[in-house]
Ligand binder design. Sequence first.
Ligand SMILES: Nc1nc2c(ncn2[C@@H]2O[C@H](COP(=O)(O)OP(=O)(O)OP(=O)(O)O)[C@@H](O)[C@H]2O)c(=O)[nH]1
Ligand SMILES: [Mg+2]
Length: 333
Amino acid sequence: MADKCELWLLDRTYDHSEFSDIRGLMELKKKSGLKISVCLPTLNVASTVGAIIRVFRTELMERYPLVDQLAIIDSRSSDGTAEIAREEGAEVYYDDEIFPFLEPASGKGEALWKSQHVLNGDIIAWIDSDILNPHPRFVYGIVGPLLAYPDINYVKGFYERPILEGEVWKKTGGGRVTELVVRPMFNLFFPELSGLIQPLSGEYAGRRPVLESIPFFTEYGVESGLLIDIYRKYGLNAIAQVDLEIRQHQNQSIEKLAMMSFGVQQALFRRLGDTGKIEIIEEPDTTFRIVRHLYGAREIEKFLINVVERPPILEIKEYREKDRIEDDRGKSK
Ligand SMILES: Nc1nc2c(ncn2[C@@H]2O[C@H](COP(=O)(O)OP(=O)(O)OP(=O)(O)O)[C@@H](O)[C@H]2O)c(=O)[nH]1
Ligand SMILES: [Mg+2]
């Protein structure tokens, strides 16, 4: 008999081409009265961000007005990212300007969590800003299932992960943290989530009432945390995945991936502890140490990577009290 994960895979896996009728999506959107925000987390992506915004703006705002808000959430990029994004017509927000009264935290998860405050859509789509082959499907593919199926609350993109080796694109090989860390951990402790083809993909969309009700991990802990928490609170069938075909991006060094994995594992272990699947006796360390070889000597370089758990944003008074333009739900409860 098929298990929960196999049934989910059959039931909740879509292809972007099922949602390529953008006029049809606009009709669904009109009927539902939902507004859509698209937001790109950005950190020094001057070489890619402009083309992505241009494609989304011209195709999904000007040609077909499907998207109501297009924004970046930037962490003070030093390479002109914000200026390019603004010139291409995106709204620009800086994460350090949002909730300045909070103890600072950092990384992608922090930026995404805070972006909920400045976005006004009922559906929020986050899309990585290092895509080298931007296409409208990255938006309509993940937003489509939310417009078409009211019982879906969260949609993850998946794709082939080509890797650039020298000058040559190899078909697979990308997604190393996924294959070596998250997939084994999900299989060990959250087997229901093993049907997710790219659990760490950076393209996903959700309904605001769901997103605002769950915690976010900062740094690179955000994706695995969202999946586990949405699964626990709303069930497996609230999650869907969509084939977005090929997504090319700059692959990172193994050292960067190790640091990313360090963050992902902090989030995973935290949840394993909270859910009683394991007992954490000692608080995990947050310093990542790398041995460097310098002129025949060895020394340790230390990086502080502290994954913090942000509460559901609905718990922040300033968020609840903000007027979101054309927010049909009125002031957030
Ligand atoms: N605002 C903000 N964005 C970030 C930060 N760190 C990463 N990002 C963005 O988040 C996206 C994903 O980051 P990547 O470092 O590419 O991580 P990844 O895609 O999971 O890893 P790879 O698969 O190796 O590319 C990119 O668009 C980054 O620009 C941050 O500290 N702040
Ligand atoms: Mg990336």
